[in-house]
Structures are given as C-alpha cells and as structure tokens.
Design a binder for this molecule. Structure first.
Ligand SMILES: [Ca+2]
Ligand SMILES: [Ca+2]
Length: 255
C-alpha cells in the first residue's frame, strides 16, 4: 500500500507538471472588429478582441477598406500606422497582393528613431511566475518599395517588462534584409523571468528608421511556459514509480 501511495503521489506530481507546461497567451488577430477601433487616432491606440486579448500601440490606426493610394484617408502610406487585415495591398498599393481570409497585424514601421522606438504592438499584462518561457510569432515582409534602398534591413524587437522595472527587456531581435516579399518566417526563442515573477507584457517595435523596407505583417504571437529540469525529473520519477508498481502487481498475480 505504501508503494501505491508513492505511485499515486508521483502521478499527482506528473499531472501538476503537465498543467504548468502550457500556452499563456496566443494572438491570431481574428477577434478584432475594425469598426470598434478608434479611427485616425494618433498614438496610444487601444483595441480589445472577442478573445479578451488587447492591443496598445503608439501607431495610428487605418481602416482596411481598400483606400490604398497616397493621399487617401485610410491608406497606410504614412509611417507609423497599423491595421488588422487579410491582404496588404488593400491598404498600400506597393505592398504584396496576398489574397486570403486569415487576418493579421499590418505595420508600416515608424521612422522615429527615438530610444526606445515607438511601440508598434503590445499585449495586455500576462501573470507569470519565475522560470523559463518560450515565445514565437510569424513575420511577413510586406514590402518592397522599388524606390527604396535594395536590401534595406529591418528590425523587429520583442520585449517584456519585469515587475518593478519600467524599462522593457529585449528578448529577441529579428533582422529582415529580403528585398522580395515572400512567405512567412517563423520566429521563436526562450527567455528567463527571474524571482519573484510578476506581470509581463510582450511588445514589438520597428528598430529601423528607413522609410522603405520596414513594413511588416505579424501573426500567431504565442507565449508558453517551459517545464524546469526539476519538473521533468519528477515526471521521470513518476513514470519510474508507476513502472515499479506495475511490475510488483504482475509478480503478485503470477504468485
Ligand atoms: Ca491570423
Ligand atoms: Ca515603411
């Protein structure tokens, strides 16, 4: 019976370990209604989706309604603008024509080279404990403007805020040098949150101050916890305990 109790406890620990390993945040930009987003607001825009996720940004919102030429009210020719749409050419006639029905975040990177640069996208607060986390997102080059410098590098920065620290902590930097707009790049990595954990926010900025070639599509932003080695050790011990119990039971039946 003692062994049974030990196996049950190991099983419980196994369950706890599995529950900790999971997605904490996911944004696919499918739950936002353009009509509810303040139109033309300059800086500090905010929007909430039906999923409960929210966006804050220093960029200015544009309605994805097909006005895609310079001088039209809702085109994204202005630097530092954002929208959620399914086809980039609907808001900028030099951007790629990518017919589809999956909405994603479109950013015309700001040329403001303030340090830190203006926030292009930032999530709501996400409560976390200390530990290791993984993130990933999909990145699409919307450009390229034939009049821009060939191969202009563009940078997107992902960051988080640690408790009590007003300064963003950078967790990745992505450089895009492609002058041809093609498929999605999948970007991923891990980072550590120290004691005592707290509330973090994920964000994106454009670190390039060149107007042509800093235009991005972003989708499927994800944050997940990564089990610690100690958690894995407990899970392996749990499997070992279950194995020992099964072996003992088999011997008991044979006898
Ligand atoms: Ca999407
Ligand atoms: Ca641009």
């Amino acid at each position: 019976m003692k062994l049974l109790a030990a196996a049950a406890m190991a099983g419980g620990l196994l369950m706890a370990g599995a529950a900790n390993a999971g997605t904490l945040f996911f944004e696919d930009f499918s739950g936002y209604a353009p009509a509810t987003i303040a139109h033309g607001a300059t800086g500090q825009d905010a929007a909430t989706s039906t999923s409960g996720n929210s966006i804050t940004t220093d960029y200015s919102y544009r309605v994805p309604n097909g006005q895609n030429h310079y001088g039209q009210a809702d085109s994204m020719y202005d630097e530092g603008t954002w929208t959620i749409a399914t086809n980039p050419i609907d808001v900028h006639d030099l951007w790629i024509d990518k017919p589809g029905s999956d909405p994603f975040l479109l950013l015309n990177g700001a040329t403001n080279d303030a340090n830190p640069p203006p926030t292009a996208w930032e999530s709501q607060g996400i409560a976390v404990g200390p530990g290791k986390y993984s993130y990933s997102y999909d990145l699409l080059n919307l450009c390229c403007n034939a009049a821009g410098p060939p191969g202009t590098p563009s940078y997107l920065q992902l960051w988080y805020f640690a408790p009590g620290n007003p300064n963003p902590i950078n967790i990745d930097s992505v450089v895009q040098t492609s002058s041809a707009a093609n498929g999605w790049d999948h970007v991923s990595g891990t980072f550590i949150v120290g004691q005592p954990g707290g509330v973090i926010r994920l964000g994106l900025a454009d670190n390039s101050n060149v107007a042509s070639g800093n235009d991005f599509g972003v989708d499927n932003i994800s944050l997940a916890s990564v089990p610690e080695p100690s958690a894995w050790a407990l899970m392996i011990l749990g499997f070992g305990g279950m194995g020992a119990l099964l072996r003992r039971q088999r011997r008991a039946v044979a006898a």
